[in-house]
Design a protein around this ligand. Structure first.
Ligand code: ACO
Length: 381
């Protein structure tokens, strides 16, 4: 065992309550249900900023002026297209490869021209990150269309990040309301402190590995159902509950088997997730507009029961699933949408970690056997 820091000698399963480093990117108050990006409340940001503006804030640490925002958005637009060999590669993927697997694989494959991160500058790393942020919607949309035997639709530089993603999925210029909803959803998912995927991104960077490897790690970590994979599971759960009358028996069954109600609970928030509050309003509005309120009603009933029985509230993934469903987005796209949004938070963490790096390597408590008598293979039964 390495040297133990006696003052900090904590062994907490899942690192709960452990402060693993410092950051200037976002602040979460899990007791009061508050979230700030670079000091600005999530309510202000969601109300006033596009995904591009929010990304600028997260990555550069300040709100852009008009020219800075225009240049930043143009830069992302210029980087949206995929190289031909990448498009060819997407065509080779089997039909059972899911969209997060495709995203993880393609992002990883884009690293071939990168300089060694030990000699590349801050701006070169920043540029690689921006290129990945710009390309992620293209990768997801191309994979989705190819998998569904449709021709990929090249990016449209007249459209914003959210508009262009919907356009590349459907081939239609999206209605402004749908694009605005998705844009706000991107903003709400863009950053959240040392969440599992951002932390894993920082661990990768701390070894002085490269930006593409950091993103690949982040996508792989986000994919799990306890993190960014939850929204997909939420939709499947809502479909299986079918109607509000079935909620009580569903929850009883889950709790009895020590299962999880998906889209509920959070490591940090012990109260209502502020992002879920905003998404709930969006989900309600869309459900009423589409005259399709069943899932929203199930959500309302789940809230009451989960709060009564477990004092657990919906997290960001619960109402986002209802929002995506109302935008006619198939559940396979829910986790990659989260990844597209979180890509700007990841870049902020990548740059912050490189700037003030020390290898992230905690201790472990060994609980296995010791001093066993070695038996040569020839004598083992
Ligand atoms: N459904 C039922 N019970 C739950 C849930 C849930 N969704 N979440 C937590 N609990 C219960 C646990 O059973 C446990 O109860 P107990 O003390 O009576 O045994 C208690 O709450 C604490 O649970 P932990 O798993 O220790 O809490 P942790 O902080 O480790 O987990 C997590 C957080 C993983 C998000 C958890 O709430 C969960 O599994 N939720 C469902 C999956 C989900 O929605 N994930 C998305 C999270 S948000 C995001 O990543 C963007």
């Amino acid at each position: 065992m390495g040297k133990v820091n006696k003052k900090l000698n904590v062994k907490v399963k899942g690192l709960e309550g452990v402060i693993a480093g410092q950051t200037n990117i976002s602040y979460i108050d899990g007791i009061k249900g508050k979230l700030f990006y670079r000091g600005y409340s999530i309510e202000d940001i969601a109300q006033n900023c596009s995904f591009e503006e929010t990304s600028y804030l997260l990555i550069y640490g300040k709100l852009p002026n008009k020219t800075e925002l225009k240049n930043f958005a143009e830069k992302l637009k210029r980087k949206r297209s995929l190289p031909q060999h990448t498009i060819k590669m997407l065509h080779t993927f089997t039909k059972n490869m899911n969209s997060m697997e495709a995203l993880r694989t393609v992002v990883s494959s884009l690293s071939s021209n990168d300089k060694d991160p030990r000699v590349s500058s801050y701006n070169e790393k920043l540029d690689i990150g921006l290129s990945i942020i710009a390309k992620m919607p293209t990768i997801v949309a191309y994979h989705y269309r190819i998998k569904n035997s449709l021709d990929p639709i090249p990016p449209n530089s007249k459209l914003s990040h959210a508009e262009n993603f919907l356009y590349m999925l459907t081939g239609k210029i999206p209605e402004s309301e749908g694009a605005e909803v998705l844009d706000k959803d991107f903003v709400l998912h863009a950053e959240h402190g040392f969440n599992a995927s951002s932390f894993s991104v920082r661990v990768t960077v701390s070894t002085l590995s490269d930006v593409h490897s950091a993103y690949t790690t982040g996508i792989g970590t986000l994919k799990g159902p306890l993190h960014g994979g939850a929204a997909t599971e939420v939709l499947l759960m809502l479909k299986s509950i079918k109607k509000p009358e079935n909620v009580t028996s569903y929850v009883d069954k889950i709790l009895l088997s020590h299962g999880r109600v998906m889209g509920y609970g959070h490591r940090i928030y012990k109260t209502y997730d502020p992002r879920a509050k905003i998404l709930k309003k969006m989900a309600e509005k869309l459900s009423i507009k589409n005259n399709n309120t069943t899932f929203f009603e199930i959500g309302q009933k789940l809230e009451v029961i989960m709060s009564d029985k477990k004092k657990i509230y919906p997290n960001v993934d619960f109402y986002s699933a209802i929002v995506y469903h109302n935008l006619n987005l198939t559940h396979e796209l829910y986790s990659p949408i989260f990844a597209i949004a979180r890509s700007s938070g990841w870049l902020a963490h990548i740059l912050e970690q490189y700037t003030n790096n020390r290898l992230i390597r905690p201790l472990e408590e060994y609980t296995g056997s010791m001093n066993l008598k070695f038996i040569p293979i020839s004598k083992r039964k």
